[in-house]
Design a protein around this ligand. Structure first.
Ligand SMILES: [Zn+2]
Length: 268
Protein backbone atom coordinates (compact mmCIF):
# COMPACT_ATOMS: atom_id res chain seq x y z
CA UNK A 1 0.00 0.00 0.00
CA UNK A 2 1.53 3.34 -0.97
CA UNK A 3 2.26 5.58 1.98
CA UNK A 4 0.84 9.08 1.63
CA UNK A 5 3.28 11.96 1.33
CA UNK A 6 2.58 14.66 3.90
CA UNK A 7 4.09 18.06 2.99
CA UNK A 8 4.09 19.63 6.44
CA UNK A 9 6.45 19.87 9.40
CA UNK A 10 4.71 19.60 12.80
CA UNK A 11 6.59 21.69 15.32
CA UNK A 12 7.00 21.27 19.11
CA UNK A 13 9.24 22.90 21.71
CA UNK A 14 12.18 20.50 21.35
CA UNK A 15 11.06 18.02 18.70
CA UNK A 16 9.65 18.02 15.16
CA UNK A 17 7.67 15.51 13.13
CA UNK A 18 8.95 15.31 9.53
CA UNK A 19 7.40 13.49 6.56
CA UNK A 20 9.52 10.34 6.23
CA UNK A 21 9.51 10.37 2.40
CA UNK A 22 11.76 13.46 2.41
CA UNK A 23 14.69 11.54 3.83
CA UNK A 24 17.31 9.47 2.14
CA UNK A 25 18.05 6.36 4.17
CA UNK A 26 21.54 6.08 5.60
CA UNK A 27 21.70 2.35 6.18
CA UNK A 28 19.86 -0.76 4.99
CA UNK A 29 18.21 -1.33 8.34
CA UNK A 30 17.05 2.29 8.43
CA UNK A 31 15.96 2.02 4.79
CA UNK A 32 13.59 -0.82 5.61
CA UNK A 33 12.21 1.10 8.56
CA UNK A 34 11.83 4.31 6.52
CA UNK A 35 10.07 2.51 3.67
CA UNK A 36 7.21 1.80 6.05
CA UNK A 37 7.38 5.12 7.87
CA UNK A 38 5.06 8.05 7.35
CA UNK A 39 6.55 10.41 9.92
CA UNK A 40 9.88 10.79 11.68
CA UNK A 41 10.41 12.28 15.11
CA UNK A 42 13.45 14.56 15.00
CA UNK A 43 15.56 16.34 17.60
CA UNK A 44 15.54 20.04 16.63
CA UNK A 45 18.93 20.73 18.20
CA UNK A 46 21.09 18.35 16.19
CA UNK A 47 18.67 17.06 13.53
CA UNK A 48 18.98 13.48 14.79
CA UNK A 49 16.09 11.15 13.95
CA UNK A 50 14.69 9.54 17.06
CA UNK A 51 11.74 7.43 15.99
CA UNK A 52 9.60 6.52 13.00
CA UNK A 53 5.82 6.35 12.86
CA UNK A 54 4.16 4.08 10.31
CA UNK A 55 0.84 4.68 8.55
CA UNK A 56 -0.94 2.51 11.12
CA UNK A 57 0.28 4.82 13.88
CA UNK A 58 2.95 2.51 15.32
CA UNK A 59 6.13 4.13 16.62
CA UNK A 60 9.57 2.51 16.46
CA UNK A 61 12.83 3.90 17.87
CA UNK A 62 15.59 4.59 15.31
CA UNK A 63 18.31 3.62 17.79
CA UNK A 64 18.20 1.72 21.11
CA UNK A 65 19.00 4.90 23.04
CA UNK A 66 15.92 6.69 21.62
CA UNK A 67 13.48 4.01 22.84
CA UNK A 68 12.04 6.25 25.56
CA UNK A 69 11.52 9.13 23.08
CA UNK A 70 9.67 6.92 20.60
CA UNK A 71 6.78 6.78 23.07
CA UNK A 72 6.27 10.52 22.48
CA UNK A 73 5.69 10.18 18.74
CA UNK A 74 2.11 8.88 18.69
CA UNK A 75 0.62 11.37 21.19
CA UNK A 76 2.55 14.20 19.50
CA UNK A 77 1.14 13.35 16.07
CA UNK A 78 -2.41 13.04 17.44
CA UNK A 79 -2.11 16.41 19.12
CA UNK A 80 -0.54 18.23 16.18
CA UNK A 81 -2.26 16.89 13.05
CA UNK A 82 -5.47 18.93 13.51
CA UNK A 83 -3.34 22.10 13.37
CA UNK A 84 -2.89 21.89 9.62
CA UNK A 85 -6.59 22.69 9.09
CA UNK A 86 -6.01 26.23 10.34
CA UNK A 87 -3.26 28.82 9.74
CA UNK A 88 -0.15 28.29 11.89
CA UNK A 89 0.01 29.98 15.29
CA UNK A 90 3.09 31.01 17.21
CA UNK A 91 4.51 28.40 19.60
CA UNK A 92 5.17 29.73 23.11
CA UNK A 93 8.82 30.69 23.63
CA UNK A 94 10.75 27.77 25.06
CA UNK A 95 14.05 28.02 26.96
CA UNK A 96 14.91 31.32 25.23
CA UNK A 97 16.59 32.83 28.32
CA UNK A 98 18.39 29.55 29.06
CA UNK A 99 19.77 29.31 25.52
CA UNK A 100 21.02 32.90 25.59
CA UNK A 101 22.56 32.38 29.03
CA UNK A 102 24.53 29.46 27.56
CA UNK A 103 26.11 32.03 25.23
CA UNK A 104 26.68 34.49 28.09
CA UNK A 105 23.91 36.79 26.80
CA UNK A 106 21.00 38.40 28.62
CA UNK A 107 17.80 38.40 26.53
CA UNK A 108 16.63 41.90 27.46
CA UNK A 109 19.99 43.58 26.94
CA UNK A 110 20.52 41.73 23.67
CA UNK A 111 17.05 42.78 22.45
CA UNK A 112 17.76 46.35 23.46
CA UNK A 113 21.25 46.56 21.96
CA UNK A 114 20.34 44.88 18.68
CA UNK A 115 16.86 46.47 18.36
CA UNK A 116 15.75 43.00 17.26
CA UNK A 117 12.44 41.50 18.38
CA UNK A 118 11.96 38.03 19.80
CA UNK A 119 10.78 35.83 16.91
CA UNK A 120 8.44 32.94 17.71
CA UNK A 121 8.35 29.67 15.76
CA UNK A 122 5.09 28.60 14.08
CA UNK A 123 3.41 25.38 15.25
CA UNK A 124 3.51 23.97 11.70
CA UNK A 125 5.20 24.73 8.40
CA UNK A 126 4.57 23.99 4.74
CA UNK A 127 7.03 22.32 2.36
CA UNK A 128 7.95 25.04 -0.15
CA UNK A 129 10.13 22.92 -2.43
CA UNK A 130 13.87 22.43 -1.96
CA UNK A 131 16.79 24.78 -1.50
CA UNK A 132 20.03 25.01 -3.54
CA UNK A 133 21.47 22.16 -1.48
CA UNK A 134 18.42 19.91 -2.11
CA UNK A 135 17.32 20.29 1.51
CA UNK A 136 13.57 20.62 2.15
CA UNK A 137 12.57 24.28 2.34
CA UNK A 138 10.03 24.99 5.11
CA UNK A 139 7.96 28.19 5.21
CA UNK A 140 4.62 29.42 6.54
CA UNK A 141 1.90 28.33 4.06
CA UNK A 142 1.28 31.97 3.01
CA UNK A 143 5.00 32.57 2.43
CA UNK A 144 5.35 29.23 0.59
CA UNK A 145 2.54 30.19 -1.78
CA UNK A 146 3.98 33.67 -2.40
CA UNK A 147 7.48 32.20 -2.95
CA UNK A 148 6.13 29.78 -5.59
CA UNK A 149 4.30 32.61 -7.37
CA UNK A 150 7.33 34.90 -7.24
CA UNK A 151 9.64 32.19 -8.63
CA UNK A 152 7.17 31.53 -11.46
CA UNK A 153 6.93 35.24 -12.32
CA UNK A 154 10.74 35.57 -12.34
CA UNK A 155 11.02 32.49 -14.57
CA UNK A 156 8.66 34.12 -17.08
CA UNK A 157 11.11 37.00 -17.18
CA UNK A 158 13.96 34.54 -17.79
CA UNK A 159 15.38 34.53 -14.25
CA UNK A 160 15.85 31.71 -11.73
CA UNK A 161 15.38 32.50 -8.05
CA UNK A 162 16.91 29.92 -5.72
CA UNK A 163 16.30 29.50 -1.99
CA UNK A 164 19.39 29.23 0.19
CA UNK A 165 17.65 28.95 3.54
CA UNK A 166 14.13 29.30 4.94
CA UNK A 167 12.81 28.30 8.36
CA UNK A 168 15.34 27.68 11.13
CA UNK A 169 14.37 26.77 14.70
CA UNK A 170 15.68 28.46 17.86
CA UNK A 171 17.40 25.19 18.78
CA UNK A 172 19.08 24.95 15.36
CA UNK A 173 20.30 28.55 15.67
CA UNK A 174 21.91 27.72 19.04
CA UNK A 175 23.52 24.71 17.32
CA UNK A 176 25.10 27.10 14.75
CA UNK A 177 26.63 29.11 17.62
CA UNK A 178 27.89 25.98 19.37
CA UNK A 179 29.53 24.63 16.22
CA UNK A 180 31.22 27.98 15.51
CA UNK A 181 32.40 28.31 19.13
CA UNK A 182 33.84 24.80 18.94
CA UNK A 183 35.90 26.09 15.98
CA UNK A 184 37.26 28.85 18.24
CA UNK A 185 35.05 31.82 17.25
CA UNK A 186 33.87 34.21 19.97
CA UNK A 187 30.16 34.88 20.59
CA UNK A 188 30.75 38.56 19.69
CA UNK A 189 32.17 37.69 16.29
CA UNK A 190 29.37 35.19 15.54
CA UNK A 191 26.75 37.83 16.43
CA UNK A 192 28.04 40.03 13.60
CA UNK A 193 26.81 37.40 11.14
CA UNK A 194 24.07 35.45 12.98
CA UNK A 195 21.23 36.79 15.14
CA UNK A 196 21.11 35.22 18.61
CA UNK A 197 18.84 32.18 19.01
CA UNK A 198 15.24 33.44 19.27
CA UNK A 199 15.88 36.68 17.35
CA UNK A 200 16.22 35.63 13.70
CA UNK A 201 13.39 36.27 11.23
CA UNK A 202 14.12 32.78 9.91
CA UNK A 203 12.47 31.35 13.07
CA UNK A 204 9.06 32.59 11.92
CA UNK A 205 8.99 30.73 8.60
CA UNK A 206 8.57 34.02 6.72
CA UNK A 207 12.21 34.81 5.90
CA UNK A 208 14.06 33.52 2.86
CA UNK A 209 17.66 33.84 1.81
CA UNK A 210 17.56 34.07 -1.97
CA UNK A 211 20.22 33.61 -4.64
CA UNK A 212 20.44 32.70 -8.29
CA UNK A 213 22.49 29.98 -10.07
CA UNK A 214 26.13 31.04 -10.38
CA UNK A 215 25.91 33.63 -7.57
CA UNK A 216 27.45 32.97 -4.15
CA UNK A 217 25.15 32.31 -1.19
CA UNK A 218 24.63 35.16 1.26
CA UNK A 219 27.19 37.52 -0.29
CA UNK A 220 26.76 41.24 -0.80
CA UNK A 221 27.72 40.74 -4.45
CA UNK A 222 24.19 39.32 -4.97
CA UNK A 223 23.09 42.95 -5.33
CA UNK A 224 24.86 43.10 -8.71
CA UNK A 225 22.84 40.25 -10.24
CA UNK A 226 19.83 40.64 -12.57
CA UNK A 227 17.93 38.47 -10.05
CA UNK A 228 18.39 41.11 -7.35
CA UNK A 229 17.37 43.92 -9.73
CA UNK A 230 14.23 41.91 -10.52
CA UNK A 231 13.48 41.43 -6.80
CA UNK A 232 13.90 45.16 -6.14
CA UNK A 233 11.31 45.85 -8.80
CA UNK A 234 8.81 43.01 -8.24
CA UNK A 235 9.16 41.38 -4.78
CA UNK A 236 6.79 43.83 -3.07
CA UNK A 237 4.01 42.64 -5.40
CA UNK A 238 4.33 39.24 -3.65
CA UNK A 239 4.68 40.92 -0.23
CA UNK A 240 8.39 40.07 0.09
CA UNK A 241 10.52 42.87 1.55
CA UNK A 242 14.22 43.41 2.11
CA UNK A 243 14.74 43.25 5.90
CA UNK A 244 18.27 44.65 6.19
CA UNK A 245 18.93 47.35 3.61
CA UNK A 246 22.07 49.49 3.84
CA UNK A 247 22.22 51.53 7.08
CA UNK A 248 19.27 49.68 8.65
CA UNK A 249 18.38 50.68 12.23
CA UNK A 250 19.42 47.25 13.66
CA UNK A 251 23.09 47.75 12.88
CA UNK A 252 22.95 44.48 10.93
CA UNK A 253 25.18 44.35 7.89
CA UNK A 254 23.53 44.91 4.49
CA UNK A 255 21.86 41.64 3.40
CA UNK A 256 20.59 41.91 -0.19
CA UNK A 257 19.79 38.15 -0.10
CA UNK A 258 17.44 38.20 2.94
CA UNK A 259 13.76 38.78 2.14
CA UNK A 260 10.81 38.51 4.49
CA UNK A 261 7.21 37.77 3.55
CA UNK A 262 4.45 39.90 5.12
CA UNK A 263 6.76 41.23 7.84
CA UNK A 264 3.93 42.19 10.22
CA UNK A 265 2.69 38.62 10.61
CA UNK A 266 3.28 37.33 14.18
CA UNK A 267 5.19 40.38 15.36
CA UNK A 268 2.69 43.24 15.11
ZN1 LIG B 1 18.54 35.42 6.17
Amino acid sequence: MPVSRPRVLLNFAELELWPAWLLAARSNATARQLARAQWLLRDKRDGRYLASLDADGRAQPIAPQTRHLATLAVPALKKALPRIHRPPSALPFHALEKRLAQLGLDADSYAHNSALARMPEPDWLQLAGFDRYRRPLWLLPSAARAWGQMQAAARQDGLVLEAISGYRSHAYQLGIFERKRARGLSVESILQVNAAPGFSEHHTGRALDISTPGAAAAEESFENTPAFAWLRQHAARFDFHLSYPRDNPHGICYEPWHWCHAPDYFTS
